[in-house]
Write a protein that binds this ligand. Structure first.
Ligand code: C2E
Ligand code: MG
Ligand code: MG
Ligand code: MG
Length: 281
């Protein structure tokens, strides 16, 4: 198509490509110094348990406050971190910060941390987690690791041994973005997940597409039979929440329940017991 539009267009695309890769390199260089400059921070999004009617924990989500670009979303910088290997240092920072924050919260509240496939290449990750838990003096059962199916596809054998070690330690593992990968059911059979998180695309469409509602309902019932808890991601409307209650989904997460907020905001909410009161029956 570029050829047909003439040589000028081709050059335009090349220049645009150049610009993209220069931009990426610049971002890459900046990311390398982001921890030292204290530009990374975590925000926390609550999980609401539907039968207990209480907040059971928070997912830690990484943010990068860039000095000139402002807030860079993880969808932009996590892939760069993975390609450059910076993910190891960043991932370690995330786990340590998440554990240190968890220490300030009540015993019955957990924290969930997202992991990239690349982090499982490094067997030192296990020691990092053990050390972070010990330094913060928090019980391993309060830490959950979230991994995606696509990660298992590329790093199955190293992931399986690390995940099993984590479970032995007492931590839990959740399968994130469930339904978006290829071999979900195989992994459910092979690995001892404590939770699966149904991807937000299913929750978004479930009340407009009957097929989608059937899938969500079946996943909840399958999980119940397998003794695995289910979290619905991306719950934005009261109608979605009603449906998830009806089919006895265990936990929900999404803008309707709460957007990701700073550790200070979580602290304030937990202190005043406001957070629990909001959802009290
Ligand atoms: P995820 O783990 O599936 O996280 C859920 C994403 O959905 C988050 O986006 C969250 O802010 C967003 N979200 C939550 N509720 C709603 C809702 O009701 N509606 C909509 N439209 N979105 C909602 P975020 O924070 O931009 O993170 C995007 C992805 O980046 C995460 O997906 C995760 O894969 C990755 N990520 C975030 N933090 C980390 C981290 O520390 N390490 C690694 N490796 N990846 C991370
Ligand atoms: Mg997640
Ligand atoms: Mg997800
Ligand atoms: Mg429950």
């Amino acid at each position: 198509r570029a050829k047909k539009a003439g040589p000028g267009t081709v050059r335009f695309f090349e220049e645009a490509d150049d610009k993209v890769s220069r931009d990426r390199k610049a971002l890459q260089a900046d990311l390398a110094g982001a921890i030292a400059r204290d530009e990374l921070f975590l925000v926390f999004q609550p999980f609401l348990d539907l039968d207990e009617n209480r907040i059971t924990g928070f997912e830690a989500l990484l943010r990068w406050q860039h000095s000139s670009r402002g807030l860079v979303p993880p969808s932009e910088f996590i892939p760069i971190a993975e390609e450059t290997g910076l993910i190891h240092e960043i991932g370690e920072w995330v786990i340590r910060r998440a554990c240190a924050t968890l220490k300030e919260w009540p015993e019955d509240i957990r924290v969930a941390v997202n992991f990239s496939a690349a982090q499982f290449q490094n067997t030192g990750i296990l020691q990092t987690i053990v050390q972070a838990l010990a330094d913060a003096k928090v019980a391993p059962r309060r830490l959950e690791i979230e991994i995606t199916e696509s990660m298992l596809l590329s790093k199955y054998s190293s992931a399986a041994s690390i995940l099993n070690a984590l479970l032995e330690l007492g931590a839990t593992v959740a399968l994130d973005d469930f339904g978006t990968g290829f071999s979900s059911l195989t992994y459910l059979r092979k690995l001892p997940f404590s939770r699966i998180k149904i991807d937000q695309s299913f929750i978004r469409d479930m009340l407009v597409q009957p097929d989608c509602a059937a899938i969500v309902k079946s996943v909840v019932s399958l999980a119940r039979d397998l003794n695995i808890e289910v979290v619905a991601e991306g719950v934005e409307t009261a109608d979605q929440l009603d449906y998830l209650r009806q089919i006895a989904c265990d936990e929900v997460q999404g803008y309707l329940i709460g957007r990701p907020v700073s550790a200070d905001a979580v602290r304030a909410l937990l202190d005043t017991k406001k957070l629990r009161a909001i959802f009290a029956a």
